[in-house]
Every structure is written in C-alpha cells, then in structure tokens.
Design a protein around this ligand. Structure first.
Ligand SMILES: Nc1ncnc2c1ncn2[C@@H]1O[C@H](COP(=O)(O)OP(=O)(O)OP(=O)(O)O)[C@@H](O)[C@H]1O
Length: 343
C-alpha cells in the first residue's frame, strides 16, 4: 500500500520531529481559544485549591493536539506524566499495574481510550471515581477482591471517536474538550513558530500557503513545512518565499485545497471512471489500487468535509464542486449545492 503524503496518522520517523515542535505551555498552544481558556480555568482552579484537577477528556480528529495538551497539563501542574493507550492495555491487570504505580497528583494519559478492553474500562470507573482498584485474586467461587487505594491522580483520555465511549466512562470526566479543525490564520502562526524552531526563514505568504493546504490540522502543517524545508535546502533557496513553497507543494502533489495524490485519485476515478457515481466503496478502492479502509478513513473524510463528494445509501457520489475542482464539467443534473460546496 502506498503511503499518502498527508495521511494524518503519525509516521514512526516523525516522532522526534513532532516532539521538537510541540508547544510546552498553554500560552504557546496556538488556536483552539475556547479549549485553551476553559482548560486554563480548570488548571488554575486546581492549583488554587492545591488539589488534582478533574479528569479531562480530549476529543477530536488526529493531529489536532490532544497528546500535546496532555503533556501541557502535566507541565502546567508541575507533575509527572504517564502515557499509555487503549490498545496497549489488553488486560485489566495491565491497567491495575499502571494505576498502582502512580504517585500523588500524576497525570495519566490514555490515548485512544475508546479502544480499552471492557474489563479494563470497568476497573477504570472505580479508579476514576473512588481512587481505588479491586484486584481479584484466585478463580471461581474462592476468588476474592482485594481493594487497593490509589493516590489522587488526573486521567486525561483522548479519543477520535467520542461517540464510541460508553456513557458511564464519558460521565466520569469532569471536563470534556472538543478540538475542532484550526483556522488558517492559527495554522499560519504555528507554521511560523515551527519554522523558527527549525531555523527556517519563511515569508508570511509562504506560511499562509502552507496553512491553507494543511486541512485545518497542525500535524499536517508541520509535515508540509518539513517537506518545503527539504525542497528549499536541496534547491539552495536560503529563504522560503511563496514561489518556493508552491513549487515544493506542487512537487509533493499537494494541491490548493490540500488534496494529495490519493485524494485526487479517488475523486478522479469517481468522476472519470464512474461518471460521478453512485459507486460502491470497494469498487472505488479497487479502481485506485487501495484498501477500502484507506479510501474510507484517509481520503473520504476530507473529500466529504470539503464538499467534493458524498456518501449516499446507493454509493459514493461526486458533487458539483468535486467535478469543478478537477477542472471537469459536471454532467447535467449535478446542481451546485446551496451550502457546503467547497467552491
Ligand atoms: N495548538 C498547537 N500549536 C502548535 N503545534 C501544535 C498544536 N497542536 C498540535 N500541534 C503539533 O501537531 C503535532 C501533532 O499533535 P498531537 O500529537 O498532539 O496530536 P493528537 O491530536 O494527539 O494526534 P493523535 O490523535 O494522532 O494522537 C505535534 O507535532 C504538535 O507539535
């Protein structure tokens, strides 16, 4: 399977790069003003009381800053951060071991919390509410539950799918922050900050261009900046201006809307091969030589968000804006949408 250039999933070789660019405090965290203010208040109040803040749930699409915020929470509170993830905790015992290793006030970050196994989830209910875990010793009728007291801690859960969280778990978070896609102006500021950290001199219009092709996602903005930096270095441009940024982004096949080769391939196949649809997902995926999951989870959400295609009960359909984005004339009957079209 080919890797999509702007796939929001993190790549292993990017981890160092990401951690170097992470903001370390709430004031450095660009964008999301509502979340920043609300979270700031929660942390201030806890500091005032000298106690741990309520458990925090961060929800939103990948790459918007959930892990970054968890790290910031620990730094702002001056406590240690323990990191784990739903899929990594396969047994309730794994979670009990993590919880019993916490010190007073620690922040425990569980990424992808919607993927916790059921027994671990139930153990977490008690830990979140009463700071206690019951460790079951033995099997069958002779089994006994030994309660273990835990020090007060703050759980920070992150999820891309808040709707998949069971109600009892969701209700145990005192504060929920819903992260939204970023405004271009906020992304441009992030590009400037990251460029400064990387020692790249960048013009305002170049930063704006990168921001506008970043799908509202800081991870993608930083990734595109890295690509542009590589291009500028190899082509010996000491400064990244608009022309350099556009040439680099064109070379990496990221278009004005932020579509990459995979997205364009899907839209192109939908329009040219299937007359704009409706066509089934598996047929569409086959026609671009990709797995169905790659098409439905990587390409489609963005194409749909941009109003370029729709999912209908009969299959995938290109919108008027989808046809126009490829420079094609939509067939009669595909009317421009009153709202929601990207163009
Ligand atoms: N508000 C922000 N300001 C500056 N940089 C940010 C911001 N939010 C995210 N980033 C950068 O984007 C990258 C991805 O952020 P992060 O890992 O926190 O996302 P995430 O929401 O946890 O993603 P995932 O759901 O895939 O784990 C990091 O390099 C981080 O530095």
């Amino acid at each position: 399977m080919e890797h999509s250039e702007v796939d929001p999933e993190i790549l292993p070789e990017e981890r160092d790069f990401e951690s170097a660019l992470r903001p370390r405090s709430l004031s450095e965290f660009g964008g999301q003003p509502r979340v920043r203010d609300q979270l700031g208040l929660v942390l201030d109040a806890a500091r005032h009381r000298g106690s741990s803040p309520d458990h925090v749930l961060l929800s939103g699409p990948p790459g918007l800053g959930k892990t970054t915020l968890a790290m910031i929470i620990a730094v702002e509170l001056g406590v240690a951060l323990r990191i784990s993830s739903g899929p990594a905790i396969t047994h309730a015992g794994d979670l009990a071991a993590i919880l019993s290793g916490l010190s007073e006030g620690d922040v425990l970050f569980i990424d992808e919390i919607h993927r916790l196994a059921r027994p671990a989830e139930e153990l977490l209910y008690l830990a979140m509410e009463d700071f206690r875990v019951d460790v079951v010793v033995g099997k069958g009728p002779g089994a006994t539950a030994i309660p273990i007291e835990l020090p007060p801690f703050t759980l920070v859960g992150a999820t891309t799918r808040a709707g998949l969280l069971p109600g009892p778990l969701r209700d145990r978070f005192g504060f929920t922050a819903q992260l939204d896609f970023y405004e271009d102006a906020d992304l441009a500021r992030i590009v400037h900050t990251s460029a400064a950290k990387l020692g790249v001199t960048i013009h305002a219009r170049a930063a704006d261009e990168i921001a506008s092709r970043s799908r509202g996602t800081p991870r993608i903005a930083n990734r595109l900046l890295r690509r542009v930096r590589d291009f500028a270095q190899v082509k010996k441009h000491p400064v990244v201006d608009l022309d350099v940024a556009c040439a680099a982004l064109e070379m990496y096949e990221v278009d004005q809307l932020g579509l990459d080769r995979l997205d364009r391939g899907v839209l192109d196949a939908l329009c040219r091969l299937f007359g704009g649809g409706p066509v089934g997902l598996s047929t569409l995926a086959l026609s671009v030589g990709e797995e169905t999951e790659t098409v439905s989870e990587v390409a489609e959400p963005f194409l749909i968000r941009e109003g370029l295609m729709m999912r209908t009960p009969r299959g995938r359909v290109a919108t008027h804006a989808g046809w126009s984005h490829l420079g094609l004339r939509p067939p009669a009957g595909v009317a421009p949408a009153l709202f929601g079209d990207a163009e």
